[in-house]
Design a binder for this molecule. Structure first.
Ligand code: PEP
Ligand code: MG
Length: 588
């Protein structure tokens, strides 16, 4: 296809899986078929209900089969998504409501399914939490399947993808994304809908396939076969680029590959500064599928395992056994490397939907994280018991999120000890005692870090929240995103205080918030004196490369000069300029 035949267009979406890809568009035509709308005669009501019952059974069977397939090839976590879809097929909110419309309003099943789906999606619309909002597309996916079955249309057809396809869709279901990625013919994914935590994004990251999601109405504007250049790091999409633009893209692609090669070459090298200061680089993870990529990029352990993620997409709270299985798998996959498991950071809006939970006016400051766990002891104990059992399978550390004071830490620890005693009496096997640390992510914890350091085995700074609470800016609110400044003097002082406290008590200190993996802050973090940084897989080689070329004494001078300045803008400008002078070629 000629690059000049069609007009050049560019789009901006959310960079959801890093990497650069150039290929031809494969448009996934999931346009909804027209739904027939019919009024039923009285005699037609019962046959219609029977038709609906058959379509539900068919849908359930198909989803069970898909789940089987995906469990075999993609692992348990993605299969959980399909299990959630199966639950939806049986959900009274869908099934009973459709039945009510067929019987009461005498409308045909297809129409009834669409009406109920619209209503259900509406319920998701007003939820501030992005992860839950994303679940609207699951409702569509399930409704679409039921309607297709009602109409006798084909479902789950295998698509014949040409090699190096850029798959473009309004939305791509997790099953589709996983199955297509497995074919090895996808160069990249682009979707109109979705955010960082949508399933396409998760599958793409696990597969290391570049993805741009939430790109508006691109699927309607790109034609099959169009030449597409995309940057999954920056969220950029260029359709039918000019030869000059294409050359620039190829250059970015070349640099990205170079940095990936570097990742492979430096995978086993330590992140140690020129003057011998060693920092461990760990990975952040939400799903088991992310582990191979983390290891390939040189993660020395897991610095943050966000355990709540695998449980958000379901209606019931996880059982002890489910927790246990998940942790055991991660510990075994990491083969003796340290794995830091964070206890559930649920609450606010991150709550499995069956758990009764009052909607709070200000969820970020509400019953969240450790507060939520301490007021839902049964749920907390299931996780703690599972962690104790899992500790037999690897090198585990546990940390509690959102600790504000010593009482919370003591209370959480004593619950852990109570579980240990219980298991030990029952003769349940457990590993040796493991380090129990805290996330330092509130100004309160930062201010009393010296006291907390006397009772915590380690600190891990969660800058996403620490910055939110220190600067009083809601991290979910786009209107105030411009105020989110990791180099604000108050944030730097706060971090310095935390590190000093950890040093004085001789406990390790890590950073696992986004700031820890952004290469622009690498020198500042080296100067601050971290033992560990934890980040996404793609960031590890870049940060390592900077650290290996830096000198801690010089970094300390730089930080000192930066902290003489006052406004966040001044400090940021200064650091960027200094970083640019030293490292022109670090960022892929
Ligand atoms: C943080 O707050 O920096 C953090 C790592 O935790 P989360 O982003 O999950 O709140
Ligand atoms: Mg946090």
């Amino acid at each position: 296809m000629s690059t000049q035949a069609n007009p050049t267009m560019n789009f901006k979406g959310i960079g959801a899986s890093p990497g650069v890809a150039v290929g031809h568009a494969f448009i996934l035509d999931r346009k909804r078929m027209r739904t027939p709308k019919l009024r039923l005669a009285e005699a037609e009501v019962e046959p219609e209900r029977a038709r609906m019952k058959t379509a539900l059974e068919q849908s359930d069977r198909q989803l069970a089969e898909l789940k089987e397939q995906i469990t075999r090839t993609e692992g348990h976590d993605h299969a959980l998504i399909l299990e959630a879809h199966r639950l939806m097929v049986h959900d009274p909110m869908l099934v009973d409501e459709v039945d009510r419309l067929i019987v009461g309003d005498r409308i045909n099943a297809e129409w009834a399914v669409r009406r109920v789906a619209r209503k259900l999606k509406h319920l998701f619309d007003n939820i501030p939490d992005e992860y839950f909002r994303e679940r609207r597309s699951d409702v569509d996916y399930v409704a679409d399947r039921i309607v297709r079955n009602l109409m006798g249309q084909a479902v789950d057809e295998e698509v014949e993808l040409p090699a190096e396809s850029i798959v473009v869709g309004h939305d791509i279901s997790p099953a589709e994304a996983a199955l297509m990625a497995r074919s090895g013919r996808v160069a990249g994914f682009i979707t109109d809908l979705g955010g960082q935590t949508s399933h396409t994004a998760i599958v793409a990251r696990a597969r290391e396939t570049p993805a741009v999601v939430g790109a508006g109405r691109v699927s309607e504007q790109i034609s099959p076969g169009d030449l597409v250049a995309m940057d999954g790091t920056r969220g950029i999409i260029l359709v039918n680029p000019s030869p000059e633009q294409l050359a620039l893209f190829r250059e970015t692609q070349r640099r990205y590959h170079e940095s990936e090669q570097l990742a492979l070459r430096t995978k086993d090298l330590p992140a140690v500064s020129v003057d011998g200061f060693r920092i461990r680089l760990n990975g952040n993870m939400e799903f088991l599928e992310e582990i191979p990529s983390l290891l390939a990029h040189g993660a020395e352990g897991i610095g943050l395992y966000r355990t709540e993620f695998m449980f958000l997409d379901r209606k019931t709270v996880p059982t002890e056994e489910e927790h246990y299985r998940a942790y055991k798998q991660v510990l075994e996959a990491m083969g003796g490397r340290p794995v830091t498991i964070r206890t559930l950071d649920l609450g606010g809006d991150k709550v499995p939907s069956k758990v009764k939970h009052e909607r709070e006016p200000n969820p970020a400051m509400g019953l969240r994280a450790i507060r939520y766990c301490l007021s839902n002891r049964e749920l907390f104990r299931a996780q703690l018991r599972a962690l104790l059992r899992a500790s037999a399978h690897g090198n585990m550390r546990v940390m509690f999120p959102l600790i504000c004071g010593l009482s919370e830490l003591r209370e959480a620890r004593s619950e852990l000890e109570a579980c240990r005693t219980e298991l030990s009496r029952a003769g349940v096997p457990m590993g040796k005692r493991f380090p129990v640390g805290i996330m330092v992510e509130t100004p309160s914890a930062a201010l009393i870090a010296d006291r907390l350091a006397q009772e915590a085995d380690f600190f891990s700074i969660g800058t996403n929240d620490l910055i939110q609470y220190t600067l009083a800016i809601d991290r979910q609110n786009r209107e105030v995103a411009y105020l989110y400044k990791p180099l604000h003097l108050s944030v730097l002082r706060s971090i310095q205080n935390i590190v000093t406290a950890a040093r004085s008590s001789n406990i390790p200190v890590a950073m696992c918030g986004e700031m820890g993996g952004d290469p622009i802050y690498a020198l500042v973090l080296l100067a601050l004196g971290f033992d560990e940084l934890s980040m996404t897989s793609g960031q590890i080689p870049v940060v390592k490369n900077i650290l290996r070329r830096s000198n801690r004494t010089e970094a300390t001078e730089l930080l000192k000069a930066a902290m003489e300045l006052t406004t966040a803008e001044e400090i940021e400008r200064y650091i960027r300029t200094e970083m640019d002078k030293r490292f022109t070629n670090v960022d892929p």
